[in-house]
Design a protein around this ligand. Structure first.
Ligand code: GLN
Ligand code: ZN
Length: 762
């Protein structure tokens, strides 16, 4: 009996980021709406062609910005502030996404929708806005147009939609009303939409409810029952309920009993639940198994999957569908674009196109016997085995060092109070010391020098000279401003993770491995493929050069192991924790080298620590255990008088503040200015023991904060934290700002610190 193949979603940016460039041209007013729409249609067509071996391809997964925002428009849930504005519908859509559209001459008109992470991925969606009086009204035009295009091209179309309960779950009630109360009004709109699709002769609709892999309260579970009871009333249409990103666990029974015709589960992360699902699923239901990982870039071990899947197929027969585990939005488009990857490493990888080939090969083996796809299976076996045994991947010294890790490694010699006294004696800092977070403006000249170095137009020595001149400039500016603890400015760094990845063994870099982060913004995560080691010091030369130019303490600047891990594609052949410990040991060696070179203050950024939190709260403790331990291993090998800083770029950590305190950094700088020090509420209940620099200068905005504003913010902070433990600093690095803004803003900041010192003298 034949299995059915399908896909849940495809990357829309294009193999060469065509969508990004088309969007940016349009936003700059350099191209027309028609041109943009044309590029969109062309990308959809190409992507469907790339999926044409499947029995069903997704339709409606394409988006000009974000699929959640698309759905808000489909459901007529536009924020009040953009209703009734003139211009094309797509312009209004961009106004919600970005706060402005191509047709707006200035950008002061509306504020952008809030953006947040899509589950535990690095994709950001625009948060739906709700209020008690929110009403929904169907606008199916986008979906129907895409369906018509697909039909015309002969695509076997399966429209995809985010389900009503997940949609409500993703949104935010601006008036603190109960979002679930909106379900009654929302369901008729979904029913109407499904009826329109049925009227088009659509057979299957994929409806995503990924919240089924999270911990759900009884009211959310009840909402799912209510919702699917209503949706199941639509005739002549089958629903495939899709879950992904993890196990169903306590929602397994619920997922199996919702009245739909098929269920998709993430069989990469929840292979061990498949037996239970088969046992509980109605005998007529389709079971779609996501057997190819849609979240990483490794080849699937096809023989291993088949050995497990063949008996499943024998029992389910044609009720079995197969697919990637989730939408392929989270992986790069096409490995074939890569020209410069090391051949070994390239042979171990699969991007979106290659993942669909894997689905196809698995289906071929199930439908016609393994012999029918023997060559593909053999080639896969060779690649998978080569990776498993490669000496590029496995470094016995690194494994031995990780095995030797014990509790003493992450332990400072003395407690904070003693250390603080020694550091004060050595550093001689005033009350309310001022510093910045690391980077200074990355000017066009800096970027040009870097690209010239890459293309060979500039040799190493000349590049180094240019960067040293830039460092000298930063030092001079900081002297003039009168800051207390200096930074070298990070001119030599393209990116805070890539910079270290490029110098560590065990990392590879793609040329076109772009993944959408939000809207037109894409990231190219480095590929952590092997045991991590540090062949040589990575930052010491720059930091010691900078220190040689001043008597003020110069901060050594590093990225922490957890952040490096969370912003990379990581190995699937060992736990994340092991990769993190390896990174920790490499970064620890760098910390010790900096200390050896007389750098007295060392900052280790953990910008992305929070991002790694698992979807289920019950798993947080385990993650935080190894994440905090990794930071401690990196940081805590130094002498008492060496001052360790860390930095985090977000403000909500009330729920993990105890673990952050456990990292035991002497100073932590955090983002707070945008939340008006609200963040510090966490400090009412928790007595944070070490020093803290609540950011007073919002570097995300071009505004120059006044001295008074910053004094006010710091006084608020001083109500909670003793002045002796407060630092004065911006929210984050200054790399995206211009010198013209940075200088007056920092001058105001230094003046604010002086005023605050006056408070305490009085
Ligand atoms: N040290 C980095 C910088 O200043 C920190 C960046 C970040 O936190 N994202 O650029
Ligand atoms: Zn930051």
């Amino acid at each position: 009996m034949t299995v059915t193949t399908h896909n849940l979603g495809y990357p829309r940016i294009g193999a060469k980021r065509e969508l990004k460039f088309a969007l940016e041209d349009y936003w700059k007013g350099q191209s027309s709406l028609d041109a943009l729409e044309g590029q969109g249609a062309q990308l959809r067509q190409r992507h469907w062609q790339e999926q044409n071996a499947l029995d069903f391809a997704p339709v409606g997964d394409f988006s000009f910005y974000d699929q959640v925002l698309d759905l808000s428009f489909t459901l007529g849930n536009l924020p009040q502030r953009v209703r009734g504005l003139e211009g094309a519908a797509l312009d209004n859509y961009f106004r919600v996404a970005r706060g402005r559209s191509a047709s707006d001459s200035d950008c002061s008109c509306v504020h952008a929708g809030e953006m947040t992470k899509w589950f535990d991925t690095n994709y950001h969606y625009i948060v739906p806005e709700f209020a008690a009086d929110t009403q929904f009204k169907l606008d199916s035009s986008r979906l129907l147009q895409q369906l018509a295009q697909a039909r015309q091209l002969g695509v076997k179309a399966k429209p995809v939609l985010i389900g009503p309960v997940t949609y409500l779950w993703l949104g935010k009630a601006k008036d603190d009303s109960d979002k679930l109360a909106l379900l009654q009004g929302l369901l008729p709109v979904y029913v109407q939409l499904l009826q329109e699709l049925a009227a088009q002769g659509v057979e299957w609709v994929q409806i995503d409810e990924p919240i089924l892999v999270t911990e759900l309260g009884s009211e959310w579970r009840q909402a799912l029952l209510t919702a699917y009871a209503a949706l199941s009333k639509v005739h002549h249409l089958k629903l495939l309920l899709a879950t992904y990103f993890g196990k169903l666990q306590d929602n397994l029974e619920l997922a199996c009993k919702l009245p739909v015709q098929g269920l998709h589960i993430d069989a990469v992360h929840a292979r061990d639940e498949v037996g239970q699902v088969i046992a509980q699923l109605p005998a007529t239901s389709v079971l779609s198994l996501g057997v190819v990982n849609g979240r990483n870039i490794w080849k699937t071990d096809l023989n291993d999957v088949l050995a497990w899947l063949e008996p499943v197929h024998a029992s389910l027969q044609s009720r079995l569908w197969i697919a990637p585990s989730c939408s392929l939005l989270h992986v790069p488009v096409d490995l074939a674009s890569e020209q410069k990857l090391d051949a070994d490493i390239q042979s171990w990888l699969a991007f979106a196109r290659q993942k669909l080939d894997e689905v196809h090969t698995i289906a071929g083996a199930l439908n016609h016997g393994r012999a029918s796809v023997q060559a593909a299976l053999d080639a896969n076996h060779v690649a998978v085995e080569a990776r498993r045994q490669s000496s590029r991947v496995h470094n016995p010294d690194v494994k031995a060092a990780v095995a030797r890790i014990d509790a003493t490694l992450g332990q400072r010699a003395s407690g904070y109070a003693e250390r603080a006294a020694e550091q004060a004696a050595l550093l001689q800092l005033p009350l309310y010391p001022t510093t910045t977070i690391g980077s200074f403006p990355q000017t066009a000249e800096i970027r040009q020098a870097r690209s010239q170095l890459r293309s060979g137009q500039l040799d190493e020595a000349s590049y180094k000279k240019l960067m040293q001149a830039e460092i000298a400039h930063c030092v001079k500016e900081q002297e003039t401003l009168g800051l207390d603890v200096f930074v070298h400015g990070e001119a030599e760094r393209n990116d805070m993770v890539e910079y270290f990845g490029e110098q560590l063994d065990g990392y590879a870099f793609s040329q076109f491995g772009w993944v959408q982060s939000y809207g037109s913004r894409c990231v190219k995560p480095p590929i952590l493929f092997g045991d991590i080691s540090r062949p040589r010091a990575m930052t010491v030369e720059w930091s010691t050069y900078a220190q040689s130019l001043t008597d003020k303490p110069m901060k050594g600047m590093l990225t922490g192991p957890v952040t490096i891990l969370n912003w990379s594609f990581v190995r699937d052949d060992q736990p994340r924790s092991v990769s993190c410990y390896q990174l920790a040991l490499a970064m620890r060696a760098e910390v010790l080298d900096l200390e050896q070179a007389s750098i007295r203050v060392i900052q280790i950024d953990e910008a992305a620590l929070r991002e790694g939190l698992p979807l289920r709260k019950s798993q947080w403790a385990e993650y935080l255990r190894w994440a905090v331990e990794s930071f401690r291993i990196t940081a805590n090998g130094v002498a008492d008088e060496t001052q360790i800083h860390t930095h985090m770029c977000y403000s909500e950590f009330n729920d993990i503040i105890a673990q952050i305190a456990d990292m035991d950094a002497d100073v932590i700088t955090i983002e707070t200015s945008r939340s008006d020090m609200e963040l510090l509420d966490a400090f009412d209940d928790f007595n944070y023991p070490n020093a803290i620099g609540p950011g007073v200068y919002d570097i995300h905005s071009p505004n120059i904060p006044s001295q008074e504003q910053m004094v006010k913010l710091m006084r608020k902070a001083a109500e909670r934290i003793p002045a002796q433990r407060l630092w004065v600093n911006p929210d984050c690095g200054l790399k995206t700002r211009g010198w013209k803004e940075v200088i007056p803003a920092l001058a105001n900041m230094v003046a604010a610190a002086k005023t605050l010192r006056g408070d305490n003298a009085a």
